[in-house]
Design a protein around this ligand. Structure first.
Ligand code: C2E
Ligand code: MG
Ligand code: MG
Ligand code: MG
Length: 288
């Protein structure tokens, strides 16, 4: 409740804003114990090859099963974890859990049918990038779980790398040299200089959902199509693969395939879900 500030105009604070503030604070202080108690879990969303429709892997997306508030999405707590630094141990847990899961997919065959290697994409926060343990933690985890580096892709947002100097890029370069893929996430939302792409150790561009949304209507805006076409051809000329986010309809998938995109992700294929479901989807398409 705000004090009245000279006069009586501010007698009541916005009760909703109040509730949000309390929740933010409450959530922030609850994060460390939540990590210790194992309240986080990961859902996996398939990455589908646009050419043949096969499942090639999945993006790991963290969620918080809060004892009072139920499932809380990452957009609500990742910024808080970044603010307090908890993102470093939380991110390490996500990486470890995801790598372990990818290894399980690899090891599991059902009825003698090999679904093919399933790769895993893990999101990295800017703070993890500057954390000195990033390379050694990643190497340790891959070795301990027995996963080859090529089965891991680390997603870094375009905005985290804007204006990145060599010190920031060095750990990513080391990881890329080991065979870990680096993807530029949410591409097209920042202000990156396209020429700058050449200095980044990335092998995948993830085109932001906003581009896909622009194709929701048929026929799609021809200018939007030209932009995507231009990005795809630039990416391919730099040897980068293009993944598109937020594909919600078959028409969008067709359009994006025609524009030369390589991989797609979105509700049209599957929502994020439990790890076993990914294996089932991959098996289903391996057996027809
Ligand atoms: P992102 O990395 O860009 O992940 C894609 C987001 O788009 C996910 O939201 C996914 O559920 C959502 N999505 C996928 N397909 C569709 C679709 O067809 N339509 C629509 N409308 N949305 C779709 P989610 O799971 O809520 O994650 C939000 C963001 O939180 C992620 O965006 C990522 O930046 C961050 N995040 C998630 N997990 C982690 C993590 O382990 N570490 C870090 N640092 N960030 C994470
Ligand atoms: Mg991502
Ligand atoms: Mg993304
Ligand atoms: Mg996004």
């Amino acid at each position: 409740r705000a004090k009245s500030a000279g006069g009586n105009r501010y007698e009541l604070a916005d009760p909703e804003a109040d509730a949000r503030a309390i929740t933010r604070h409450g959530l922030t202080t609850a994060l460390p114990a939540a990590l210790e108690r194992g309240e986080f879990f990961i859902e996996y969303q398939p990455l589908v090859h646009l050419g043949d429709g096969s499942v090639r892997g999945a993006e790991a997306l963290v969620r918080w099963l809060h004892p009072q508030h139920g499932v809380i999405g990452p957009d609500r707590f990742i910024p808080l974890a970044e603010h307090t630094g908890l993102i470093v141990p939380l991110g390490r847990w996500v990486l470890e859990e995801s790598v372990r899961q990818a290894r399980r997919w690899e090891a599991r065959t059902t009825g003698g049918i090999d679904a093919g290697p399933l790769r895993v994409n893990v999101n990295l926060s800017p703070m993890q990038l500057t954390h000195p343990g990033l390379v050694s933690d990643t190497v340790d985890i891959l070795e301990r779980e027995g996963l080859e580096p090529g089965a891991l892709c680390l997603e870094v947002t375009e905005s985290a790398l804007i204006g990145a100097d060599d010190d920031l890029l060095k750990p990513l370069r080391r990881l890329a040299e080991m065979g870990v893929d680096i993807a530029l996430d949410d591409f097209g939302t920042g202000y990156s200089n396209l020429a700058n792409l050449r200095r980044l150790p990335v092998s995948v561009l993830k085109l932001d959902r906003s581009f896909t949304q622009g194709m929701q209507h048929f026929p799609a805006d021809p200018v939007d199509l030209k932009i995507v076409e231009g990005i795809v051809s630039l990416a391919h000329s730099l040897d980068l693969a293009v993944t598109v986010e937020g594909v919600e309809t078959g028409a969008q998938a067709d359009q994006l395939r025609e524009l030369g995109c390589d991989t797609a992700q979105g509700w049209y294929y599957a929502r994020p879900g439990p790890p076993d479901r990914l294996h089932e989807l991959a098996l289903a398409d391996a057996t027809g």
